[in-house]
Ligand binder design. Structure first.
Ligand SMILES: NC(=O)c1ccc[n+]([C@@H]2O[C@H](COP(=O)([O-])OP(=O)(O)OC[C@H]3O[C@@H](n4cnc5c(N)ncnc54)[C@H](OP(=O)(O)O)[C@@H]3O)[C@@H](O)[C@H]2O)c1
Length: 297
């Protein structure tokens, strides 16, 4: 039996990062502009700390300016909103990322709403969400955009007519990805925890997206032979050696025998997320100055 083609997110992210590096160098040479990303971390959650560190590192490696703002866990909402306003006004800052989750005294929606939509590189501001669904120019959430790039690279630029099933309806992944796929003229279904007969629904998919946060829940029997499977899930489970390991939402070892193409975890969607964040920062830097977005981004 032939196995699914492995969709190499690490390689795709490296190509995108190279294109971002080239675009950043050209912006500097031609316009004296160095795009800047400000990452804000409130508190000392270890996972968030790792994310922010790796985002700042990747930012600098791509030739962008990276600014880190670390605030204590007890920071008030007013103080955080104040920082966001300063970053909105700072011309060196093209992208603002407030790492979620935030401590409980802070209303994340209020903070997201305070970010200048033109600098909202996470694509979470209602203006960007609305534009994504209504077809206007927006900044698109990074993980869904990374999935779309992987799909285009695997299936070609024309996804029209494909039956796309998105498992998961979060604002961060499922919903924006459904909007993007609709924009590509796919026939889109969003499934969730209340969906009846989930395996039956999933089996209709030419493109199956798993974004549910349930370790290896999607079995081979849920997959139409030859389907393209994008596994967004990142779940830590106990490994045989007593250490933990990362798995996706798809039972990879069995799924790869049925799917036509599939992303591994790790090394699939994950690496695309940070690359798309850098991409959004460069795009935001160009748009804010009325410059055309660089080719290849
Ligand atoms: N690769 C990356 O860079 C990246 C980025 C973001 C997230 N992730 C990962 O992607 C996964 C999803 O993240 P998220 O932020 O979208 O999660 P989330 O906010 O928890 O949303 C999960 C979605 O899955 C649905 N769901 C949960 N259990 C289900 C079940 N048993 N059957 C059907 N649907 C079910 C939920 O349905 P209801 O709405 O009905 O509750 C919800 O819509 C997580 O593993 C996360 O770690 C990865």
């Amino acid at each position: 039996m032939t196995e699914a083609k492995l969709i190499d997110g690490k390689a795709a992210a490296a190509r995108l990062r190279a294109a971002i590096g080239a675009a950043a160098a050209a912006l500097k040479a031609r316009h004296g502009v160095q795009p800047g990303l400000a990452a804000v971390l409130v508190g000392d959650d270890p996972a968030s700390d790792v994310y922010v560190r790796s985002k700042t590192k990747a930012t600098k490696e791509a030739g962008l300016n990276g600014f880190e703002h670390r605030l204590p866990a007890a920071t008030s909402q007013a103080a955080l909103l104040d920082l966001v306003r300063q970053l909105n006004a700072d011309d060196k800052v093209d992208g603002i990322l407030v790492q979620l989750p935030l401590p409980k005294q802070i209303d994340a929606q209020k903070v997201i709403a305070a970010i200048d939509p033109a600098k909202d590189v996470d694509g979470f501001h209602v203006q960007n969400v609305g534009r994504l669904w209504s077809g206007g120019e927006s900044l698109v959430p990074c993980t869904p955009y990374g999935c779309l790039i992987l799909l285009r690279e695997t299936l070609g630029a024309d996804l029209a007519g494909a039956e796309a099933i998105v498992l998961g309806r979060s604002n961060i992944v499922g919903k924006p990805l459904a909007a993007l796929l609709l924009g590509e003229n796919c026939t889109v279904t969003i499934a969730h925890s209340r969906t009846r007969d989930l395996p039956d629904v999933a089996r209709r998919a030419d493109i199956l997206i798993a974004a549910i946060g349930r370790a290896e829940m999607v079995k081979a029997s849920w997959i139409k032979p030859g389907a393209t499977v994008i596994d967004v899930g990142i779940n830590r489970v106990p490994g045989a050696d007593g250490k933990s390991r990362l798995v996706g939402d798809v039972a990879f070892d069995e799924a790869k025998r049925v799917a036509g193409a599939i992303t591994p975890v790790p090394g699939g969607v994950g690496p695309m997320t940070i690359a798309c964040l850098l991409r959004n920062t460069v795009v935001a830097a160009c748009r804010r100055r009325g410059l055309a977005a660089p080719a290849g981004l």
